[in-house]
Design a protein around this ligand. Sequence first.
Ligand SMILES: [Zn+2]
Length: 231
Amino acid sequence: PDTWMSPGSVDAALRGVGGALAGVDMVLAGKAANAFLATRPPGHHAETARTMGFCLFGTVAIAARHAMERHGLSRVAVVDFDVHHGNGTQDLLWSEKRSLFISSHQYPLWPGSGPASDTGAHGNVINLPLDPGTNGAAFRAAYEETVFPALDAFAPELLLISAGFDAHQDDPLAGLRLTEDDFAWVTGRLCDLADTHCGGRVVSCLEGGYDLDALAASTAAHVDVLIARGA
Ligand SMILES: [Zn+2]
């Protein structure tokens, strides 16, 4: 009921997925240092057999599978900092030992999933629930404590990002208090991890963001870091 379609929706969604796969292909071939996919619709709520939350296909999870099946990677990390739980990505990668899926999200919040006790079939899922009102300092501390050590231990061969910007303080759909600086910071720290483990190979896919000014500024901050780090 929340995922409306028009005659152009399927083509747009297919192009979004195709763009993510092309980004993976280019980065793994060394033709690009990293990639950002400015895709609509987003993808991280689409489950195996269910559209949901404006998402038709699980773009980032499909990109992870592409890296594993077509390129033979055995350790692909997906970090999702959208304010909502990446329930679709979790569903698609729940039993996938070759991936590590990490989602930080306001909790409780729609879609209601994503408690820390959900850890995947093989300990390959990490959920990091954040209290409503969490600000940038607390967000950064949580990432330093939980996300970065887990990525270090996993040592990914490719890092995928579900880059939603609805944790911004101006976003009307949620109640976290991040700013553009926080999104730039987390992007830079994720690039640090990618530099350490996989030659800086990052493919980032746009997810949510519902205050258009905040979305534009936050996306620009994110992409600016990717460009600087990929230069
Ligand atoms: Zn979202």
